[in-house]
Structure formats: C-alpha cells, structure tokens
Write a protein that binds this ligand. Structure first.
Ligand code: FAD
Length: 468
C-alpha cells in the first residue's frame, strides 16, 4: 500500500470554550446540557445534521434503561426531563401508560427537536456537520480538537473535553488504551438497523401472532429471509411505535468492525438489501401485512459496540448480573440485561443472542472452547434481578491516560458484558449528565477529572434529582 504525506498547515482556531463535547447522541446532549447548566461555556460538535445519535438517526425505540421488571423508575435528572419534554409533544405515552418505565415508546423525529431545545435552552453552542478528526496535544492534555466540515479543517480549543462519539474517537486520537469486543477474539456485537414499515393492519397482525411466528421461523431456518428471530416476539410485537399502523422492528444484522470504513459500507448496503427482502416476505406471507410498505431506512447503520476506553474503573458483566452497588463511586444506575447480538452476524429461528442458549449450527468457538465466557440465557438470569439495578462508577468515565478528557455513553470503560447492558439510550443519557457535571466541577475546582472527589459529583447530581 502506498502512502502520501499531508502538508503541514496552520489551522484557524474558531472557538475557545470551557468544555467541548464531541458527539451529539444521547450521552453527548445530556453531557453538554449538564456542563452548560453549571455555568460553563460549552460547544457541542456533531458530525451529522441532527442531534440524538442512534436514538434519532437510527429510528430507535423504545427507550430502555429507565426501569426493569419491578424496579420502577431508577433514573432522574436529564433522562427524565427528556421524557417529560417528549410527553409535552405527544411523542411519548402519558404518565398513566408508562407502567414500570421498562420500555418507553417515543417518536425519534420528535427527539431531534427535544435534543435541540435541551441543549440550546441550556446555553450550549452547537456546531452540526462538524466531524472531529484529530487532536492537538500538549503532553497529557488536549489543547484542541481538529474538525472538518464544509468550512474546511479548523481547530477548536477548550479546557476540558468530553468524548461522546460512541466509538471513543477522541480518546483514540489521544492514544488512550481501549478494548474491543469479547475477550477470546475481539469480535464485537454485529451492526444492525431498525427500519420503518407502514400500512400495517395491526389488529389483524396481533390476532395472527402464532401464525406469524410459525411462518417467520420456518423461513429463517430455511434461509428464505435474512432476519433473526427476536427474543421479545415477532415483528408485530417488538416493533411497536406510537403510531397504530407503523412498526420499526430490529431484525437485521451484519457483522464487522464499525471503526472500519469498509465494514461500515458493507453493513449499510447489505442491511438495506436484507430490509427490502424482509418487507417483501411479510407483504406476501403474513396476515395483516398485505398492504405494508417500506417507509424509511435509517440515516445511518446501527452500531452496537466498538471501542471501550480503558478507564480508572471498569463495569463488568458480573457487576450487572450481581446488581453490584458501589455507593462511594456511583454516578449512574443501569438495569438493562446483557444484550449481546451475535458478533458473527448469524441467526436461526430459535435463538437471538450470543449466550449459552445459542442454537446456531455449526457451533462457534465460543461454544466449543470458551463456553465459560458465555452468559446464561436471557430467559434465566442474564440480567439484573427484576427488582434491582447496578451502579456505574465514576472511574468508567475517566480514561487512564489523559488529564482533561472524560468519556461517556457506550464507549465507557466496560467489558463486553458490561457494555452490552449499559449501551441502552436512557443509561447513556444518565452517563452523559454525569460526565457533563464532572467536567464542570473539575473546572470550577481546578482539579483534574481523576482527582475530583466522587462525592462532589454525586452531591451535584442528587441536587437535580438523580437518585444515587
Ligand atoms: C440496531 C440497534 C437497536 C437498538 N435498539 C435500542 C432500543 O430499542 N432501545 C434503546 O434504549 N437502545 C437501543 N440501542 C442502543 C442505543 O441506540 C445506543 O447504544 C445509544 O444510542 C448510544 O448512545 P451514545 O450517545 O453513546 O452514542 P450514539 O447514539 O452512537 O451517538 C454518538 C454521536 O456522536 C456522533 N459522532 C460520532 N463520531 C463523531 C466524530 N468523530 N465527530 C463528531 N461527531 C461524532 C454521532 O454522529 C452520534 O450523533 C440499539 C442499538 C442498535 C445498533
């Protein structure tokens, strides 16, 4: 492979702020709002033309992580404020229909508007269409991030940086240590997307669920449709949205490393192709779908797992299974189960997740050589007990090596099992609020994030209603 040398050039510094947040997904919007509400001058940088990350651009839903089983609501602060703002737009169910906050249907398009309002009303300055592509360091501190946009290559300076890119891009540019995927082979959860189907006769579909299940599972096993059978029901059940004749199922997947542009391209094209085949199959074979049509594929392929930045602490799958409480260290709570989609991108009509219950043939090396590293099946104890949650320690947001960088959202410091639980949207909102608060307190107290007393972060989060 040949190489070329980039010409060295002086870059214009277009902003000089207290806190730069890179990435405007669930974690980034909460981080930016929290820092700004503590009086910091904040700049939020987002590569796309909208906020909300995968929660909006990925046509996501429902919101997971607010509660599980009998826990009731385990979060407060910005994550709950976001639901309240959605409710005001009729974009989330009213209070009486929230039940145990287990799974909150919402309208992703409205979340774009809520995200704009949340950050702008908090005083955040926003730059959309701005990719963070590099950092400029002075020793162990970031001096500036380099962005690329239609305005060219420019620099943005700040005292503190928060990496909310999902992929840990900023930390990676700094050379921070990271892990990827499961321990034996580094394979990460497969990519996947939701897509929106319209024209569904939901009443008829729900009355024929058993038939749907039979026909779909048979077609999957016979390799007639490139879909996996989801643990929580057929397309008709698990794709439910706020609208009566629309659904957004999660049944496609493609393996690969989403930090590799070739793998990303393959995933986009293959999943789009598979989506069309699934919708065609449903139209021709499933009662209630006779007049259905593909309304929309997402703006961007869904990435479940890439880099986990190694921090001062680590969230593990064992912590999740044991509902581990860390009263002295906690800055957020998680409650979702260990939700690992087959890193090989495989499926059969009987299993959905990478766990001991997997029935995909032939057996992969995880089953033949590393079975001890697989989690029990979802239907047994592959998640926190139904009336409980686990604590996420502050050290999961503090990279081991940099002085003025915090990471948040799904790139937190966690192992393959820990991230598989903490990656859901509400947990990322909560992690973002914690990171934004910590960044602001570090600046106010003139301390490095690693030296900040966790009790101080906890005290500030409790003041805005975060239960810790
Ligand atoms: C197929 C699929 C289905 C899912 N279903 C659900 C579900 O039903 N419920 C649920 O709660 N969760 C679900 N999730 C998980 C959830 O959507 C994500 O894990 C969550 O959105 C992660 O939030 P985040 O803020 O950490 O990252 P992201 O949502 O990925 O946001 C990162 C943001 O950073 C921006 N960015 C990235 N790199 C750069 C850069 N270099 N410069 C500037 N900006 C950058 C991105 O454009 C994006 O806006 C699903 C995920 C997938 C893939």
């Amino acid at each position: 492979m040949s190489t070329v040398r980039e010409p060295a050039r002086e870059l214009k510094v277009i902003e000089n702020v207290d806190v730069v947040v890179a990435g405007g997904g669930p974690a980034g919007i909460a981080a930016a709002a929290a820092s700004a509400r503590h009086g910091c001058k904040v700049l939020l940088l987002e590569r796309y033309g909208f906020l909300g990350g995968l929660a909006t651009g990925g046509l996501m839903g429902p919101l997971f992580g607010y509660g599980f089983g009998r826990t009731g609501l385990i979060l407060g602060g910005i994550p709950v404020e976001i639901v309240r703002r959605l409710q005001k737009m009729n974009a989330a169910p009213p209070e009486a229909e929230l039940g145990g906050w287990n799974s909150i249907r919402f309208d992703p398009e409205s979340l774009k508007h809520v995200s704009d309002a949340l950050v702008l009303e908090s005083g955040v300055k926003l730059l959309l269409h701005a990719w963070v592509v590099e950092v400029v360091r002075s020793g162990d501190a970031i001096d500036a991030v380099i962005i690329e946009s239609k305005s060219g290559r420019q620099a943005v300076k700040a005292k503190m940086f928060i990496d909310a890119t999902g992929d840990g891009d900023v930390a990676n540019f700094c050379g921070c240590k990271y892990t990827k995927g499961r321990a034996p082979d580094g394979r990460m959860q497969s990519m996947g997307t939701k897509f929106k189907i319209g024209g569904v006769d939901m009443k008829k579909a729900m009355a024929n669920l058993a038939e749907e299940k039979k026909r779909v599972n048979q077609a999957i096993d016979e390799k007639r449709i490139p879909a996996y059978h989801s643990f929580n029901g057929e397309i008709s059940e698990q794709g439910v949205t706020l609208r009566s004749n629309e659904i957004t199922p999660t049944v496609t997947r493609c393996p690969g490393d989403a930090t590799n542009v070739y793998d990303l391209t393959r995933a986009e094209v293959n999943i789009r192709r598979d989506t069309l085949a699934i919708v065609d199959f449903y139209r021709q074979n499933i009662p209630g779908y006779e007049n259905c049509y593909l309304m929309e594929t997402p703006a961007v392929v869904g990435v479940r797992e890439t880099r986990q930045i190694v921090g001062l602490d680590i969230l593990t799958g064992t912590d999740v299974l044991n509902n581990r409480k860390r009263p002295a260290d906690t800055i957020a709570r998680g409650c979702w189960f260990i939700d690992i989609h087959c890193p090989l991108g495989l499926y059969c009509g009987k299993s959905n997740l990478c766990d001991k219950n997997c029935q995909i043939k032939p057996d992969c090396h995880m089953k033949t050589k590393h079975r001890d590293q697989l989690y029990d099946t979802l239907y047994q104890n592959n998640y926190p007990c139904e009336d409980n949650w686990y604590d996420i320690p502050y050290g999961c947001l503090v990279p081991q090596s940099m002085d003025n960088l915090l990471v948040t959202g799904r790139c937190l410091s966690a192992d393959h099992g820990g991230m598989a639980s903490a990656r859901v949207i509400a947990t990322c909102f909560a992690l973002g609020e914690a990171a934004g608060t910590a960044a602001a307190l570090s600046l106010a107290d003139n301390k490095l994030p690693r030296d900040l007393p966790v009790a101080k972060v906890q005290e500030n989060l409790r003041q805005v209603g975060v239960p810790l």
